[in-house]
Structures are given as C-alpha cells and as structure tokens.
Write a protein that binds this ligand. Structure first.
Ligand code: DGL
Length: 356
C-alpha cells in the first residue's frame, strides 16, 4: 500500500501563501537623496590626497554598489551636489521639504541622504527637528573619495540603505552611519579631520553598530525629535530663519565682534565658550549688552563634550543668558534659530535646550 504524502501539499500551500503576500517578496522602497560630499568625490589620481567633492551623481553612487539591489528597491534624487562646507539654509529647506513629502507617501519606507561629513551632524540635527515622520531617515557619507584606495563610501552606503530598510530604525529620528557605527543625529559629532572613525557621540554614546548591513541597536533616543518636535519649516523661505551666529572664545578675546554682530541685527549669538561655556570679562559684558538689545545669547562650549548648565560659573539668571546644555555650538545655533521662530522668551527658549 502506498503511504499518503502529507508533506507535499503543505509545502505547496505555504509556497502559494507566500507568493500571494506581496510583503513577503517585495523589497522595501527606499529613496536616496544625494547632496554631494566626499562620498561623491573624485581625485585626479588614486595617490592624490586632494579631490573634488560632489563629482558623481546619485545614479553613479547607486550603480557603484550592485549589492544594494538585494536590500531595497532604490531610486535616487539629486538635491544638491556640493561639498558640505557650503551646505546652506536653502538646501536645508529643500531637503527637509522633500523628506517630509516622500516620507508622507505610502510607497516610501525610508530615506538615505548622502552628505559630506563636515556638516553632516548639523544637517542631521536640523532634520531631526523639522521632519515629521517616524520612518527611517539615515545620513551617510565617507571620509575617502569614491576613487580612493579602500574607499569607505560603498560600505557606508550599503549600511545606510540596510538601516533605512530596517523597521528597527523607525522612531529614532535621523541616524548618521559611518565606519560601521550608528549615531543619533543630536549626539553625532565629527571629531577627526581625516580618519574613518571620525564620528563619535561623546555625551550619550553611540546608537548602535552595523555589521555588513545588520544593525545592532544599543540605546534608545530619549530626546524630542521628528513627530514629537514642535518645530516646522513648512512654507519657509530662508528669510524666515532668524540669523544666529557663533563666537569662538579664546584667551584675550574682546567684545568687539559681539558688539558688531548686535549692531548688524543678529537675533541670536551662541558663545563657543572655554570650559563650561565661559569667556573673558569683556565678552560677558558685550553679551550682556547684546541681551539688552534683544539678542538671545546661548552659552555653549568649545571643548567638544559635556554639559553647559545654568548659573555654574556665570550668572545666567542675572545676565539673561541661556545655557546650551548638551548641544555643541553648531547644534545650539540650529536649536536657537528654530526656537526663535516660535518665541523670544528666555524661559521658553531655555526649556527647548532641556528637551531637544
Ligand atoms: N568637503 C567636505 C564635505 O563635503 C569633505 C569631507 C567629507 O565629505 O567627508 O563635507
């Protein structure tokens, strides 16, 4: 007597069910928004330390890593093609608008932004405050140009796309990925001029690690961002962003630069102070004069990590200053700029520095 084959119909059924479920075979749809940077940079020759950022297009970048097609259904858009030292508010508004549009579409599951590393942390933090989606948004760059020996762009892009396609990356705000390491936008900081391990998260530590496309998250992002951020640049032009400048403190600094900025109508000044956000008597006196003219003043620090808290060495209550808390000067500039689009009130502005 023949034994009935009980396995074969089960296998056939499972296979048919899998085929009938698009999610089982469709790859996530990910957009690559390219802005330039070294990842798209080319040298005159491979032994050349010099190179030009933004030499390759978004299509070139995608084509250069054929393995990407196993991770996601990719399409690219060129937002800009610049070295990120020339990143500016115009490109930021264009990029933020496009991120909001695309992430609002049902057919886009995540975005990868390619970007120069010089100002990547600033763009990432700006996007974390004004993009209104919990879908993955990942910024990648490279320290070596595309034409270099052992270019790091391809693996960084591979990891970036894998992360953007990973549901675990949802709800964390923009992520910065380089050198197999994941950073939250607010924490990320470029800390070496040339090495591939240039990005660090000096205050709260890294978000996680990547291993050839596989993500391992170590921590949560507990600060306010994206869907929980009250800031928006919808409908903004660059004129809607108040001018905020940074003044770098050093031995013997006088107050002239600050007086000049206040006379030019800047709305905010961030002090990249020594130590705990401090400076010379002349600078503190000039900042006090600026506050009296209606300029918002934030004390941050040039040291690269740590907290600048209120009223430690400087009497913020008396002088009308804000403490930048964990934000480095370049990120404090962004929060102050967006904060000033909401209110000039010192108490409320200080609250932003505690929450974002
Ligand atoms: N020009 C710099 C930039 O685009 C080079 C650094 C980099 O991209 O890594 O940010």
């Amino acid at each position: 007597m023949k034994t009935p084959n009980r396995i074969a119909p089960l296998v056939a059924l499972t296979f048919a069910a899998l085929l009938a479920t698009p999610a089982a075979w469709a790859l996530p749809k990910i957009k690559v928004l390219a802005t330039g940077g070294t990842i798209a940079g080319a040298q005159a020759s491979q032994a050349d330390a010099g190179y030009k950022s933004g030499s390759f297009s978004v299509e070139d970048l995608i084509k250069a890593v054929p393995q990407l097609k196993d991770l996601a259904e990719l399409s690219g858009e060129q937002i800009a093609n610049i070295g990120s030292q020339t990143m500016n508010h115009e490109v930021w508004l264009k990029l933020a608008t496009r991120c909001n549009e695309l992430l609002g579409q049902n057919d886009v599951e995540g975005i990868v932004v390619t970007h120069g590393t010089d100002t990547m942390e600033e763009t990432a933090y700006f996007l974390s405050l004004v993009v209104k989606s919990d879908k993955p948004l990942v910024l990648v760059g490279s320290m070596r140009p595309a034409t270099a020996i052992s270019a790091d762009g391809p693996i960084n892009l591979y990891n970036g796309v894998a992360l953007a396609a990973n549901p675990e990356a949802k709800g964390r705000g923009p992520l910065v990925v380089l050198n197999d390491t994941i950073h939250y936008a607010r924490e990320s900081q470029k800390m070496h001029t040339t090495r591939m391990d240039t990005f660090h998260s000096p205050n709260r530590g890294i978000a996680g690690m990547m291993n050839t496309g596989k993500a391992f998250f170590y921590s949560q992002n507990t600060t306010r961002h994206t869907t929980k951020s009250e800031f928006s640049v919808a409908g903004f032009t660059t004129n809607d962003l108040p001018r905020v400048e940074i003044v770098y403190s050093h031995v013997n600094l006088g107050g002239e630069t600050i007086d000049f900025l206040a006379s030019q109508g800047v709305k905010g000044i961030v002090l990249a102070g020594v130590g705990d956000g401090n400076s010379t008597d002349a600078v503190l006196a000039a900042l006090e004069r600026a506050v009296k003219k209606g300029v918002a003043v934030v004390r941050s620090s040039r040291v690269g990590s740590g907290v600048v808290d209120r009223n430690v060495e400087v009497n913020d209550d008396k002088l009308g200053f804000l403490a930048g808390m964990e934000l480095n000067p370049q990120k404090a500039r962004i929060l102050l700029m967006l904060g000033l689009t909401k209110t000039p009130e010192v108490k409320q502005l200080q609250q932003y520095f505690l929450e974002y």
